[in-house]
Design a protein around this ligand. Structure first.
Ligand code: TGC
Ligand code: FAD
Length: 350
């Protein structure tokens, strides 16, 4: 790993790699697990049942680092990076968001200038998962023609720093940071040669958002399971609180919403396996499922009464994590507007 401070993480990252959670759908010849999209989704669901931060680390590595290298990279880039990324020997991050350009990444100011044998990279990215310990960063920057290009920046390149973001009350198991580029010389062989425009990074987001739609179900299931157990153990007015109709209503509605969300993602997975899932369908699933998980976390917290606010139970941790998940990879409202554009044919962003 890149820094001594994160050596303790090495073991857990290797464990995540060992179960095939880094690049599950990347072909085996590049070190991936060669699985289908539903398997990828189920892995994300189970990781997020543990913690959204763990799923975040895995989805960035898989969908936002391995996916673009596999899809847009040269054969040399694939051979150089993918096997190590799959094995967890190398970790990556994805730099799209900037301090002044979050929902509207097309306005980015990070830029590259052609200097003959290399590009000169300048600018800054913000809110980048895995940045503080990543060995490489997939960075999106504008070239002199104003086209958005993707390139791989390696830790150790002069002028490249990754300050950590502190004070997060959400996603605390995932390290977040900035990417700062001050006249970084990036070799020409590190650029993705053919992909140009916002469709490059947005293509990666299709894969990551799909994984999040599955992941959020895992967080919801953990909240539901905890609430169900508690409702059978906690006695009030001489009987388990699970025996009161109001508690049963909450639990019944939770499992109904979880089941509906699973069906949505399963169907999307079938379409994805057939290369027929549209970006708007993925937006609908990400938006619905993360919101569903957040609502379930709030209901589960109520069922736990006062105990629900403590660290004895996973509810508040999931709830706080989901406040990030509902914002990153496109906010709840941005995904609503993508759906709105899909059904009306009218673009609300312009
Ligand atoms: P617009 O003019 O609509 O599109 C520009 C070009 O992109 C194409 N396109 C897509 N291509 C592939 N997949 C998609 N989902 C696409 N959506 C659009 C489009 O066809 C067009 O292509 P072309 O050939 O005509 O050039 O772009 P716009 O500037 O109006 O923006 C649209 C908008 C607002 C939907 C988009 O910018 C957006 O999605 N904004 C949200 C930003 C976002 O999601 N950021 C995420 C950052 S990464 C992150 O959060 C990681 S968290 C990781 C973790 O820890 O798990
Ligand atoms: P803004 O875009 O400023 O939005 C603020 C509010 O305005 C939101 O409610 C939004 O919905 C609303 N809004 C904006 N535009 C419109 C509109 N047209 N109509 C209606 N409402 C609008 N980014 C990366 O590139 N890589 C990462 O690895 C990454 N990891 C992240 C990890 C965490 C923990 C977090 C919190 C964020 C991460 N992000 C990452 C950034 C994330 O994608 C952005 O936070 C997100 O896209 C929103 O951008 P913003 O925070 O600048 O909010």
């Amino acid at each position: 790993m890149a820094t001594d401070r994160f050596e303790a993480h090495d073991y857990y990252l290797m464990d995540v790699a060992e179960v095939g959670a880094f690049g599950p759908y990347i072909p085996t010849e590049y070190g991936g697990a060669g699985l289908d999209q539903i398997s990828y989704g189920l892995i994300m669901q189970e990781l997020e049942r543990g913690d959204s931060g763990l799923r975040s680390t895995a989805s960035v590595q898989s969908s936002l680092v391995m996916f673009p290298i596999f899809t847009y990279g040269t054969e040399e880039q694939k051979r150089k990076y993918l096997p190590k990324l799959a094995a967890g020997e190398m970790m990556g991050c994805f730099g799209l968001t900037e301090p002044d350009h979050g929902s509207n990444p097309s306005g980015m100011i990070t830029n590259i200038k052609d200097k003959g044998d290399h590009y000169l990279l300048n600018g800054a990215k913000m809110w980048i998962s895995n940045a503080p310990f990543a060995d490489i960063a997939v960075v999106w920057a504008k070239d002199e023609a104003g086209d958005i290009r993707g390139l791989v920046v390696e830790r150790g390149m002069e002028g490249f720093t990754t300050p950590e973001t502190h004070g997060k009350w959400s996603l605390r198991a995932s390290a977040t940071g900035e990417l700062v580029f001050a006249n970084v010389k990036v070799p020409k062989e590190n650029i993705f040669p053919t992909i140009k425009g916002l469709k490059g990074p947005l293509g990666c987001l299709n894969s990551a958002r799909y994984g999040i739609a599955w992941g959020a179900i895992g967080a919801a299931m953990d909240c539901y399971d905890s609430a169900l157990r508690y409702s059978k153990e906690r006695i009030q007015f001489g009987k388990p609180i699970g025996g009161f109709q109001l508690t049963q209503k909450k639990l019944a509605e939770m499992i109904t919403e979880i089941t509906k969300a699973q069906l949505l993602t399963w169907r999307l997975g079938v379409l994805k396996n057939e290369h027929r899932a549209t970006p708007a369908q993925i937006s609908m699933a990400k938006r619905n499922n993360v919101n569903m998980a957040l609502q379930i976390a709030r209901e589960a917290r109520q069922i736990h009464g006062g105990m629900g606010i403590t660290g004895e139970y996973p509810i508040m941790r999931h709830m706080m994590n989901l406040e990030s998940v509902i914002t990153y990879e496109g906010t709840h409202d941005i995904h609503l507007l993508i759906t709105g554009m899909d059904v009306t044919g009218i673009n609300a962003f312009q």
